[in-house]
Design a protein around this ligand. Structure first.
Ligand code: ZN
Length: 161
């Protein structure tokens, strides 16, 4: 038997003032997108702002419905970006959320499905996606690629050719 350890490394910013101007702008876009989320079931409004290599910013928010066939903010933004600008790599994604019942003081990380989708775009375009995660206030976390959020990743390399 062998054992191994997986380590994740990310940067913690104490406050958004520590972010670059570009990062702060994306955070503003993601917060604005969160206010427009269709979160009638979870009441947890998530916003995502995706910066593309061509400079375009695509936002997304969670879309919910009564049959639980909705979509997270991150994938809404990613699929919208890929639909509008196919082949253009993703540069940076900022994720935030609004909890109307209790202000979020911790960053909101993407779910497993979104991590896989982001990893796929990262692989397809050969370009790491910087991902920032924020709450409504407090710390902001940053990773330099989707792969860092998804150890032991399944990829197309496993599929038959
Ligand atoms: Zn998700």
């Amino acid at each position: 038997m062998k054992r191994f350890e997986i380590k994740a490394e990310f940067t913690i910013y104490e406050h958004e003032d520590e972010l670059s101007q570009e990062e702060r702008e994306l955070l503003r876009w993601s917060r604005e997108a969160a206010t427009r989320a269709d979160a009638g079931y979870s009441h947890f409004q998530v916003g995502a702002a995706l910066l593309l290599e061509n400079g375009k910013i695509i936002t997304g928010n969670n879309q919910e419905n009564s049959v639980y066939q909705g979509l997270c903010a991150e994938r809404t933004a990613a699929f919208s970006a890929a639909a509008r600008y196919p082949g253009v790599p993703f540069k940076m994604l900022v994720i935030t959320a609004i909890n109307p019942q209790e202000k979020l003081t911790k960053p909101v990380p993407p779910c497993g499905a979104c991590r896989q989708v982001l990893f796929e775009y990262e692989t397809k375009y050969g370009k790491n996606i910087t991902i920032l995660m924020a709450g409504q206030e407090g710390e902001i976390w940053k990773v330099n690629s989707a792969a860092e959020l998804l150890p032991l990743t399944f990829s197309s390399a496993f599929l038959p050719v």
